[in-house]
Design a protein around this ligand. Structure first.
Ligand code: THG
Length: 266
């Protein structure tokens, strides 16, 4: 499972404050803690309320790079920020994200190929997020096609069916699961399938239970990457156990320790 740590996001009050006051240690501690907890990559998002998004993103990336060469998922909808920051990053990086519109996806694929980056493609276009499985699958297939035509390897592409909070969008979690089952079959090897797990439970009670339960269900339907909180130990235990039950690892009595306490390189 490719885990993208969600915690460096200006949506969190402490991160927002750290960005505003340029407090490097807060960000660096979050980077190292998430990697130590088993993250494969770090999402980097300046949050909604920042005046200089580009300057903030550049500061975040440079601050993180002082302590780790972990892959960075550059999470911005602003093309100006994305196209400036991706070429600056040493080491592995992911464009988070592209929409499915041919023009937007085309330029993101080009940027990804030029700089050896991965790319997350959302099943959304100018008409918004489709309200049914067929619409999500069609947009996912469109992203896969554009990536293939642009020369992006499928192992660098992550398709994201877009999870929304279950309290306001009760049919979406099941639609996403069905979409993922189908999208796996569109290419061989298939693209990765990713979700922003915490979206699911925003403003809900029992958040962690909702996240954990859905993660296990989604893994059973082909999810192989997720943006989530790796500092939630029980959530990481669900990842390890679901992967065991899907035959991705082999049982031993110490399977949790083996999966979670492995030394993660800086
Ligand atoms: N797909 C892709 N990228 C994404 C998302 C996605 N990036 C952003 C987001 N969704 C995933 N990251 C988060 C990070 C935090 C929360 C939700 C998703 C979250 N934050 C608290 C809240 O809103 O309640 C913040 C408050 C706090 O605890 O301080 O839930 O779907 N490709």
């Amino acid at each position: 499972m490719y885990i993208i740590g969600e915690r460096i996001n200006g949506m969190f009050v402490n991160v927002k404050e750290a960005i505003r006051n340029r407090e490097a240690k807060v960000i660096q501690d979050l980077a190292l803690a998430q990697m130590a907890a088993g993250a494969s990559a770090l999402d980097v998002n300046v949050g909604p309320a920042v005046s200089d998004a580009k300057g903030a993103m550049i500061w975040l990336v440079e601050t993180i790079r002082q302590v780790t060469d972990a892959p960075l998922s550059i999470d911005t909808a602003k093309w100006d920020v994305m196209s400036t920051v991706i070429p600056m990053i040493t080491g592995e990086k992911i464009i988070n994200s592209s929409k499915a519109d041919p023009e937007i996806a085309g330029r993101c694929v080009k940027l990804a190929v030029e700089h050896g980056a991965g790319m997350i493609g959302l099943t959304i276009d100018a008409n918004g997020v489709p309200g049914n499985v067929d619409g999500r699958v069609a947009l996912g297939a469109q992203i896969i096609t554009i990536a293939m035509e642009g020369g992006l390897d499928m192992n660098k592409l992550f398709v994201d069916p877009i999870i929304l909070p279950v309290n306001v969008a009760p049919t979406i979690p099941n639609q996403c699961i069905q979409s993922m089952s189908q999208l796996r079959m569109f290419a061989d090897p298939p693209p990765h399938l990713v979700i922003g797990l915490s979206n699911l439970s925003q403003k809900c009670s029992n958040r962690q239970l909702i996240n954990r339960t859905y993660l296990a269900m989604a893994i059973a339907h082909g999810l192989d990457a997720a943006i989530l909180d790796p500092l939630d130990r029980e959530l990481m235990e669900v990842v390890a156990t679901a992967e065991l039950l899907m035959g991705k690892s082999i049982y031993c009595d110490a399977f949790l320790e083996a999966a979670l306490n492995r030394q993660t390189p800086k």
